[in-house]
Design a protein around this ligand. Structure first.
Ligand code: DHB
Ligand code: FE
Length: 292
């Protein structure tokens, strides 16, 4: 059977991708950001999964604002890099795992979560920047990726609670796939940032760090936090953080039991934790949680 071995969380600041692509990674400003990923890149080389289930948000790139699915699973064999206005980032195309996608869609939809199936999708910085941060500049991504897009762009967006429960359903789906695949689930976006209006530039270090503490130790409690608190405390784009709850909900300690919502396995190991301000307009947060 397929197994989830770890969950990885990271911000997706587009300027990070530009810094890498334009050869600015060694500049002191960016060095401070990338230093938080040096351990992670070594760890990823030693723990490269077969497939990453990558929870991210499209920024009105692939879906535009004409049609916005709440939860959309990529079911394609490959995904092109999106042109976000300055041309596509010079990174490798993303190879999918269409069979595992189809299995997850079947299981999760039958488990009462209505997903949109996306057979063709270009992927923007929400997906490519996390890959670059964890794998560096490579000629091909070292594993397959299933893109899973969440609407955090236009209200109404899904609650943290819905995201957490969806993560539990995704775990059940992955662990019932009949092939011994090593799967990681990534939650991306955040941390606190606001790109618009009178509060543009908002950063809330204390709230962000409390979010990281609770994501590790009290994810079910954290999933009850309402949208208004994210927006008030972490800024209008800080709401991207609800996506981290999908990845956290897929870890074994919070697994949904067969008969009740009983907790399952041991708490995950905190393999790496990093927090840094600033990167562009955004606080950067990053965690690696491993199944023990
Ligand atoms: C920035 C952050 C984002 O999450 C995003 O999608 C676009 C821009 C920023 O910090 O500039
Ligand atoms: Fe974003």
């Amino acid at each position: 059977m397929a197994r989830i071995t770890a969950s990885v969380y990271t911000s997706h600041v587009p300027a990070i991708g530009a810094a890498l692509d334009l050869g600015k990674a060694q500049e002191p400003y960016w060095q401070k950001v990338f230093s938080g990923y040096e351990f992670s890149q070594r760890w990823m080389r030693e723990h490269t999964p077969d497939v990453i289930f990558l929870v991210f948000n499209d920024h009105a790139t692939s879906f535009s604002l004409e049609m916005i699915p709440t939860f959309a699973i990529g079911t394609a064999a490959e995904y092109a890099i999106a042109d976000e206005g300055w041309g596509p980032r010079p990174v490798p195309k993303v190879l999918g795992h269409a069979e595992l996608s189809a299995h997850i869609a079947q299981s999760v939809i039958q488990d009462d979560f209505d997903l949109t199936l996306v057979n063709k999708m270009d992927v923007d910085h929400g997906l490519t920047v996390p890959l670059s941060l964890l794998f560096g500049q490579v000629s091909a991504w070292p594993c397959k990726v299933i893109p899973f897009a969440v609407n955090v762009v236009q209200y109404p967006i899904p609650s943290g609670r819905r995201c957490f429960m969806l993560g539990q359903a995704i775990r059940k789906a992955i662990e019932s796939y009949d092939e011994p695949l090593n799967v990681q689930i990534w939650g991306t976006g955040g941390m606190s940032h606001q790109l618009q209006g009178p509060r543009a530039g908002l950063i809330n270090k204390e709230w962000d760090n409390h979010f990281l503490d609770r994501l590790i130790a009290d994810p079910a409690g954290l999933s009850q936090v309402p949208h208004i608190e994210y927006v008030r405390e972490a800024g209008s784009e800080g709401i991207e953080l609800v996506m981290w709850l999908i990845a956290r909900g897929a870890m074994s300690d919070v697994a949904r039991g067969a008969t009740a919502d009983a907790a399952g396995g041991a708490a995950p190991r905190v393999t790496h934790r990093f927090y840094h301000v600033p990167a562009s307009n955004t606080a950067v947060g990053h965690l690696i949680l491993e199944e023990t």
